[in-house]
Design a protein around this ligand. Structure first.
Ligand code: GLU
Length: 478
């Protein structure tokens, strides 16, 4: 453990989220009681259950935290990691509430965690643990399409979501909406196209939007746009690998990539072929020794490489009071949850670094989870009803233009223009719109409210205002 290991902060993860919250709360006019209700975790379920591993029984420590019930269902991933503890799950659940509010996903925040290193267990054992965890959630009414809807997070993916779904279906026969009990499912199990890449794609859309403002970029000494920018990515898991791939597809140069075992640097600064790096790591078991790259043994040092954009896409607290002053990136795109500690943030903001906060930037995952949940409740694939209709009406329009102008269009051109939207096109379009719309709300607050000096504080203010409005309109607060 080097890159992904964190240095101790004087704040626990939950304290640091609360500190960010308090900083923003001071820039709002909401009454104290309301702010305290928004900040508090509503339900914390800590469980211990036995699972037979080999010839022995192992007692597993696990959690599900529902941070806010102001909107239901609650929503948030489940992580499998040795680092799981109650404080961490509470922090992550809180971030989910603010994240959902920011991107207008009508859910309260939640998070789950199982304290295991999945690498130490076989597939059968992981399945047993996952099914038992789901049963515990069912017993306490902590899961369901209208109650609380888990999704993947660090250490979990579509496979685990399918096991959760199957367990839930077994206990809920006859519930027509049961498929909406979990998101991030494989497409064949009522998942949605575009969910796997969603967080990475959202990181791209959000960064692209933030970097499109000329004045903001000028203040950083950068030109607007993503093309030609140098990027360092930490973490080649789901979020990091898709971020790296999508940034490089759009002309950014991925000059550094860090993982547990070490990091690699591209001395030509032209940018790696990210697909080839991913393949190399798959084939050899390590990112190191990629042809043409320089190895960096202590992978934490990769965070300090000279670059325009740094994308921490692994775990929390990797940029802190001890290394923040050595960070040279001008933009930090927080793809992971909580990668910068409050001490680290103070140093970076003093240096004028632009930090795109996690609760905004990585909201692409939950946004597409929301689309998946909608798909499950409507029982129909997006695009199924109108794809052909749009294709035919555009073709009719082209025919009409051909007839009236006497000019003709090739079949290839017609196909290109008249293509009806597939599910993945609709998902990407909804995601892009969501990320752009939310960034404008954050930036407006950042520019207008004198007390919001940075984007994280502005994002918290936007989220707090929306949740406060909801509590007031529900009549819970005056
Ligand atoms: N685990 C992801 C996150 O932290 C996704 C949550 C979801 O899709 O519900 O945002």
């Amino acid at each position: 453990m080097s890159t992904h290991s964190a240095v101790k902060s004087s704040y626990t993860f939950n304290e640091s989220v609360q500190r960010y919250f308090d900083k923003a709360a001071g820039a709002t006019r909401h009454p104290k009681g309301l702010l305290e209700q928004i900040k508090a975790c509503n339900s914390v379920y800590q469980m211990r259950f036995p699972v037979k591993i080999g010839n022995e029984y192992k007692v597993i420590e696990a959690y599900r935290v529902q941070h806010s019930h102001h909107k239901l269902p609650c929503k948030g991933g489940i992580r499998y990691s040795e680092g799981v503890n109650q404080d961490e799950v509470m922090a992550l659940a809180s971030l989910m509430t603010y994240k959902c509010a920011l991107v207008d996903v009508p859910f309260g925040g939640a998070k789950g965690g199982i304290k295991i290193n999945p690498r130490n267990f076989s597939t059968t054992q992981l399945q047993r643990i996952t099914r038992r965890y789901t049963t515990e959630l069912i017993k306490k009414n902590f899961i369901g399409p209208a109650i609380d809807v888990p999704a993947p997070d660090y250490g979990t993916g579509g496979r685990e979501m399918a096991w959760i779904l199957d367990t839930y279906l077994t206990f809920n026969p006859g519930n027509i909406d049961a498929y909406g009990c979990v998101t991030g499912k494989p497409v064949s199990q009522s998942g949605i196209r575009g969910r796997v890449e969603a967080t990475g794609r959202g990181v791209f859309y959000g960064t692209k939007e933030a970097m499109s403002f000329k004045d903001d970029m000028k203040a950083l000494g950068l030109t607007p746009g993503i093309e030609g920018k140098t990027v360092v990515v930490q973490g080649l898991g789901n979020v990091g690998s898709h971020s790296a791939l999508i940034f490089s597809e759009h002309g950014a140069k991925i000059i550094g990539i860090a993982e547990y075992e070490g990091a690699i640097y591209d001395p030509t600064r032209e940018g790696f072929d990210v697909k080839a790096v991913i393949k190399h790591r798959k084939d050899t078991g390590s990112i190191l020794d990629f042809p043409g790259a320089q190895n960096i043994k202590n992978s934490a040092e990769a965070l300090e490489l000279e670059c325009d954009i740094l994308i921490p896409a692994a775990i929390e607290k990797v940029i802190h009071g001890e290394n923040a002053s050595r960070i040279k990136a001008k933009v930090i795109a927080e793809a992971a949850n909580g990668p910068v500690t409050p001490e680290g943030e103070d140093i970076l903001l003093d240096k004028g670094v632009m930090i795109l906060p996690d609760m905004y930037l990585n909201a692409g995952g939950v946004t597409v989870s929301y689309f998946e949940w909608l798909k499950n409740l409507s029982h129909v694939r997006f695009g199924r009803m109108d794809k052909r209709f749009h294709e035919y009406s555009t073709r009719n329009m082209i025919d009409l233009v051909e007839q009236t102008t006497g000019k003709s269009v090739t079949e290839k051109q017609k196909k290109f223009v008249a293509r009806g939207a597939e599910e993945v096109d609709i998902v990407r379009s909804g995601l892009e719109e969501t990320m752009i719309f939310a960034y404008h709300a954050i930036r407006d607050t950042w520019k207008r409210n004198k007390k919001t000096k940075d984007l994280r504080t502005a994002a918290f203010v936007v989220a707090i205002d929306k949740i406060a409005k909801s509590y007031v309109e529900l009549g819970i607060f005056p």
